[in-house]
Design a protein around this ligand. Structure first.
Ligand code: ADP
Ligand code: MG
Ligand code: ZN
Length: 632
């Protein structure tokens, strides 16, 4: 009888693990019960064990389909070293070895056999029908879906498995599957009443940051040098960038090595081994690097440029901090990255290209929208987000400057949405706010609206970003096919000044455009935008206005003010020491709160908004010390 207890005993005996990771139990229960399953577990979540342990317990054969021939030998070697009989079948085997493996399968010598999807030809199906196959495990199962980021035509034919082996259970595994991809995997594989297990994608020990890139490699080199001796991966788009950046880092004294598909097999294996053996601190790589990488103490993953999908991004950043200790994920992007990917994708098959462009724009939106990074990622992968702040991303840590008149600006934008009857998408609303005399604006008579030109001192990209931010905060939503903007109940509360909105100052992000615009702008515009803002915005509302809460932060008393100054000095020192801008240490808001609440312990300090685990790790003790010494 294959029971869970005997399975746990096997796991302890062969792997030495004393406990299971989330959902491993459920995944293995499905396998023991012979029930089809789809397990979506984050990278490093321990998917392999879910099909390997039941295979060992059963004493029968599990066929593992895996897309990467290069990794099969590794996987098999690891199993052999644990005393588990396994083999692989792929194009790298010579005829004699191949015969040996085939014979071994016939004699039921192996618990696991790894094959590439292209292996499934008529001959192989026929061969398998005459041996005792217990189950199929499909690794990296998202490759079967067009909607995924890694579609492989060879995976498609795996739908045959259930048709030819209706009695054999099929278990699909992947780290990245949006709800749509999930459904597609189930449909394509023809899984029968599968157990669908979706893991937690929130990785609280990872701190996410997204920054607009200055220069080509300057930001990355500084970031790497600020983390000496720590293990990191730096991802680039092109092989040439990998080569250039690697030599720059090496000449800056960093133990770095490059890794990309253009290098020879031996060179690549050497790079990977040196990193695993801790002889190298930093691997500079294209996407080719990472699957199967076995180093748990990676302290940072830096993207020197924007990846082409959130799937890639999530998978690549997921390699950081697998040991559960704090780790950082920093993404440097620029509009040029979008263009570069667009041109690369343009060369692909048109159906594929269309899908990839969609994934690309999602990625770009992630970069340009300011909203909790963890929340965005987790919800993108179909998981509900039930926390307020993650405490571990640039946005929640308060590293972005907010507008001092956020709520008023939000009121102006939403008033314009209401004034135009909640019947238009962002583009038109922005035209009205900017006071653009477009055909549609004139035709609809929107020049006469009181909100026409209300934000004429801004630019399109800035207004677009603010609208995105209001949607992120739940003040507005997009509706229907035309993505018409609607104000939500929360938006109404902001309009009535019963609640505040937070808008981030994105002008620096779009600085260049703004400057050229300003030059061409006539002074007539600025007259309009100087209308008394609040009256104008709130006069649009039917309901009486409640008293407005102050926009300015609560004033500090004398004692707190003195401490605030001391803290600011420390911040300046630390910023110099770590060679980072002061706001990256702590924002004014955070320091002010610290001066007010005077935390004396780690726990108290972590309660201050803007102090997360990574920040505390970096600077916390120094601030605590100063607060204690200040005797206040
Ligand atoms: P995935 O394929 O989901 O990315 P792996 O199967 O490669 O993850 O496992 C990642 C790491 O976690 C491996 O080093 C593995 O040995 C380890 N691991 C898996 N399950 C457990 C467990 N229950 N306890 C401890 N370590 C585990
Ligand atoms: Mg895996
Ligand atoms: Zn966050």
């Amino acid at each position: 009888m294959e029971s869970l207890e005997s399975l746990l005993a096997i796991i302890e005996k062969y792997w030495g693990y004393k406990s299971l990771r989330p959902l491993q139990r459920e995944a293995m229960e499905a396998s023991l019960a012979g029930r089809d399953s789809l397990a979506v577990l984050p990278t490093g979540g321990g998917k392999s064990l879910c099909y390997q342990a039941p295979a060992v317990l059963s004493g029968r054969l599990t066929v593992v389909v895996s897309p990467l021939i290069a990794l099969m030998k590794d996987q098999v070697d690891r199993l052999l070293s644990r005393g588990i009989s396994a083999a692989f079948l792929n194009s790298t085997l010579d005829p004699a070895d191949r015969r040996r493996v085939i014979n071994g399968i016939s004699r039921n010598e192996y618990r696991l056999i790894f094959v590439a999807p292209e292996r499934f030809d008529e001959w192989f199906y026929h061969f398998l029908q005459n041996v005792d196959v217990r189950s199929f495990a499909i690794d990296e199962a998202h490759c079967i879906s067009h909607w995924g980021h890694d579609f492989r035509a060879d995976y498609r034919q795996l739908g045959e498995l259930k048709r030819r082996f209706p009695q054999v259970s099929v278990h699909a595994f992947t780290a990245t599957a949006t709800p749509r991809v999930r459904d597609d995997i189930i449909a394509q594989l023809g899984l029968v009443e599968p157990a669908v297990l979706v893991g937690d994608f929130f990785r609280p020990n990872l701190t996410y940051r997204v920054l607009r890139r200055r220069g080509e490699f300057q930001d990355v080199i500084e970031a790497v040098r600020r983390r000496p001796g720590k293990a990191g991966i730096v991802y680039c788009i092109r092989r040439a960038d990998v080569d250039d950046l690697t030599s720059l880092l090496v000449s800056a004294g960093v133990r770095a090595v490059g890794y990309h598909a253009g290098m020879g097999d031996i060179e690549r294996t050497e790079a990977q081994d040196a990193f695993a053996a801790r002889k190298i601190d930093v691997v500079v790589a294209t996407v080719a690097f990472g699957m199967g990488i076995d180093r748990a103490d990676i302290r940072y993953v830096i993207h020197a440029a924007m990846p082409k999908s959130l799937e890639h991004y999530q998978q690549e950043t997921g390699r950081a901090g697998r040991d559960g200790q704090p780790a950082e994920c920093i993404l440097y992007y620029s509009g040029a990255d979008y263009k570069l990917w667009e041109s690369i994708i343009g060369g692909n098959d048109p159906v594929d290209a269309q899908e990839q462009l969609r994934l690309l724009s999602e990625m770009y939106r992630y970069c340009t929208t300011i909203g909790c990074r963890h929340r965005r990622l987790v919800s993108y992968f179909g998981q509900k987000w039930e926390r307020d702040s993650c405490g571990a991303c640039d946005v929640c840590l308060g590293e972005h400057e907010t507008l001092s008149d956020s709520t008023i600006t939000a009121q102006k934008i939403m008033s314009c949405v209401l004034r135009t009857g909640e019947r238009y998408g962002a583009a038109h609303v922005i035209d009205v706010l900017l006071g653009e005399e477009t055909e549609q604006v004139i035709e609809r008579g929107h020049r006469d609206l009181s909100t026409f030109g209300l934000l004429a001192d801004q630019t399109k990209p800035v207004l677009r970003a603010w609208i995105d931010q209001l949607i992120e905060q739940g003040c507005m939503r997009r509706d229907g096919e035309y993505r018409v903007l609607k104000v939500t109940p929360k938006g109404w509360r902001v309009l009535r000044s019963q609640e505040e909105a937070v808008l981030y100052d994105v002008s620096a992000q779009f600085a260049r455009k703004r400057r050229t615009r300003r030059k061409s702008e006539s002074s007539a515009r600025s007259k309009r935008s100087s209308l008394p803002p609040l009256e104008k915005a709130s006069s649009l509302l039917d309901r009486p206005r409640t008293t407005r809460k102050s926009q300015v932060p609560e004033p500090l008393d004398g004692r707190a003010l003195a401490l605030f100054d001391v803290l600011k000095n420390l911040r300046r020192e630390l910023a110099e020491e770590f060679n980072v801008p002061a706001f990256m240490v702590f924002s004014d808001r955070t320091l002010r709160e610290m001066a007010r609440s005077r935390p004396h312990t780690r726990e108290e300090m972590m309660k201050v908004p803007g102090v997360g685990p990574a920040k505390f790790e970096g600077y916390g003790e120094r601030f605590l010390q100063v607060i204690r010494e200040s005797g206040m």
